[in-house]
Design a protein around this ligand. Structure first.
Ligand SMILES: [Zn+2]
Length: 467
């Protein structure tokens, strides 16, 4: 398997540290509102990463965190805590917001048919681990205290910024716009923020330094080390995490352990809607509920995501979602052939059903080229719909559907047979056609359409497909 590594900026063969267990960490959602479509693009792509690793015979430990405290509006250390902001918006406590949107996320990844992550840890459940990590950094001389918190001293970590190729001189020059003049360097970041003296926060904890809450970056280091060890095989997230969040995760983790934090770093590119970067502030934060409200399924969304490569700048549009819906219908029409095999084939396809999953896996194993995988699958579906499936091929065909589902998270093997009433309607239409009663035949066809079943006539008889 090969993956593009942000660390080395090249495509590299992937080798886990322990052949028996690959560790993957994905920076998860901040649960102060519904995730928008851009978040889902990122998360679905990492579901495909995990599926590809698993299909390559690897046992995968996958951790995706749930940020429910400490993520400030600016992504750095200024502004309001996003959870507190959500609480004000909805007239609830930050705890209510964290519970509601955290649970929503756990439920949503199930709706989207994700591989179940090994752990979905919440930051508020790991305060002690975060405090201990700060103590370790403090004992090694990487921290200092100012009025509003404990900070990581980036000047003590000589390779700070290498990962993102940050121009630290330029950052220094820009420091006059820095909000917090007490910071020693503009790149220094908060490990622990103190509660304000004049207001009570919903979420705050005692610490050796005073009441407060952990900085956002810290949770990923503390929780990934707890569940996956000091050095990860793969760390993943969105591209916008590179300059601040991931740069800071690397600094504090490697300062604490003296070991590499992750061997492979993967980043998904931005998603554009109407050629604009997604941001809730511009009102283009489309949710799963908006998608279902327009009659699309979670599988339609998944296919739309897979139609582009994770490192390309993808575009979401309702037209593209409709195209993905049609592509999925083609695949489902193919899957429905398992219930209607013909006695013997007249023509043969250029492939064997038993080879399809291996071919798909080979495509995905070269840096997750999902768009090429779908291109290939569409050619398989087109040919299969043309030549049909013979009785003898059904077991290999069913196995192929299951293998495709395992790789792509489609639910093709779940396309069920039609019921007896619907079969009787098809027979009724055949009789009407035999009597050249075209009106009656058409009426039956319309009735079947209300059951979301379409028909096509072939030399081997009528074939139904889901609509
Ligand atoms: Zn993170």
């Amino acid at each position: 398997m090969k993956l593009y590594n942000t660390l080395t900026k090249q495509l590299e063969p992937f080798t886990p540290q322990d052949p028996a267990r690959t560790t993957v960490y994905t920076c998860g959602p901040t649960v102060y509102d519904y995730p928008h479509i851009g978040n889902w693009f990122t998360f679905i792509r990492y579901d495909i990463l995990v599926r590809t690793l698993m299909a390559n015979q690897q046992t995968v430990a996958w951790v995706m965190n749930i940020t429910d405290v400490g993520h400030l509006v600016s992504d750095a250390d200024d502004g309001e805590d996003k959870l507190e902001k959500g609480a004000k918006r909805e007239g609830k406590t930050a705890w209510d917001i964290a519970k509601f949107y955290g649970d929503y996320f756990v439920n949503a990844i199930d709706r989207l048919n994700f591989v179940k992550p090994t752990h979905l840890p919440r930051a508020t459940d790991h305060i002690q681990e975060q405090i201990e990590l700060i103590r370790l950094l403090e004992s090694k001389g990487f921290t200092y205290q100012i009025d509003d918190g404990i900070y990581f001293d980036t000047s003590k970590f000589p390779t700070y910024g290498d990962f993102a190729q940050l121009d630290l001189d330029e950052l220094q020059a820009g420091a006059r716009v820095e909000h917090n003049p007490q910071k020693h360097q503009p790149t220094d970041f908060a490990l622990w923020k103190f509660s304000p003296s004049d207001a009570q926060r919903d979420m705050e904890w005692d610490s050796p330094w005073g009441k407060g809450f952990p900085g956002w970056h810290l949770e990923c280091s503390a929780m990934s080390m707890k569940y996956l060890g000091e050095t990860l095989d793969i760390h993943s997230g969105g591209i916008d995490h590179i300059p601040v969040h991931h740069t800071n995760e690397i600094a504090q983790s490697e300062a604490a352990t003296g070991k590499p934090f992750a061997h492979y770093w993967m980043h998904t590119n931005h998603i554009l809607i109407n050629d604009e970067k997604i941001a809730k502030s511009t009102g283009n934060g489309i949710t799963l509920e908006d998608i279902e409200g327009k009659g699309f399924s979670m599988e339609d969304l998944r296919l739309h995501v897979l139609e582009s490569h994770y490192r390309s700048q993808s575009r979401f549009s309702w037209d593209s979602l409709a195209a993905a819906h049609n592509r999925l219908l083609d695949y489902k029409a193919m899957a429905a052939l398992r219930w209607q095999p013909i006695a013997a084939l007249h023509d043969h396809a250029t492939f064997e059903f038993s080879d399809v999953a291996g071919e798909l896996l080979a495509i995905l194993s070269e840096d997750l080229h999902t768009e090429a995988a779908l291109h290939y699958l569409s050619s398989i579906s087109k040919q299969t719909l043309a030549v049909l499936v013979s009785q003898e091929e059904v077991p290999a065909f069913e196995k192929m559907l299951q293998d495709i589902d395992a790789l792509l998270g489609t639910k093709l093997a779940e396309v069920d047979d039609i019921n007896e009433e619907q079969k009787a309607l098809i027979a009724q239409r055949e009789t009407a056609r035999a009597h050249q009663d075209w009106d009656a035949a058409d009426e039956v066809r319309k009735k079947l359409e209300t059951y979301k079943i379409g028909l096509r006539d072939t030399p081997d008889g009528v074939i139904w497909f889901p609509l």
